[in-house]
Design a binder for this molecule. Sequence first.
Ligand SMILES: [Zn+2]
Length: 251
Amino acid sequence: MKFTKNQIERYSRQIILKKIGTIGQKKLFKSRVLIVGAGGLGSPIAIYLTALGIGKIGIIDKDNIEISNLSRQIIFSTNDLKKSKSSTAINKLRRINPDIQLKSFSKRLTKKNINQIGKNYDLIVDGSDNFRTRFLINDYCFKNKKILVSGAISKFDGQVYTFNFSKKKSPCLRCFIPNVPIDLDIDNCEYEGVLGTLGGIIGTIQANEVIKEILGIGDTLCGYVLIIDGLKLTFRKVKLNKRSDCYCNEI
Ligand SMILES: [Zn+2]
């Protein structure tokens, strides 16, 4: 593939970086990323990945936009209320960067559809708001050796995990959360509240992890969890070991 003059200009501030260059930028353009959840995390993830030139992006979210979403889901506006999150997000992204192949899935990701949807993407970024979806994506990526960048936010805190399952020693989300929460569908943002900016902080770190995994540059969080306390502004990187008794060994 060849970039047009316009594309070279659009991505010039990245192409100029020695660790990216034209080769890296083309790599990004050939990548296929699925974003699960067009919410507080999904908004910055989608905006950045589209703007910086990931060639193919899918967004899956079954919900419609509610007024309580607008304090953190920055891809939506007040006049978008009641519209589908995934298709509204795609319309906004198209205006940011018309080069990108964008696809919206206005449905919930389930055991039944994850294979069909996931097979078209190399990497999944999880910005979902419940453990049922998080574990579903974890197990799917583990089984299919895909890269997963997972994030979570609640109150003033957040976490980021990167799992590169093509590496044998990569732990999984279940290694870190061995005791499955009783209510898998609970949405912490709804019940415990969340400060809007946490989505921006965590989501942007997730997007940054995606780029590094695709380009193979720097050190990603694979094998660690990043725990951020937004009030104290502490960033702790905690080693995450693969558990020999984890459910993932049986998948
Ligand atoms: Zn595991």
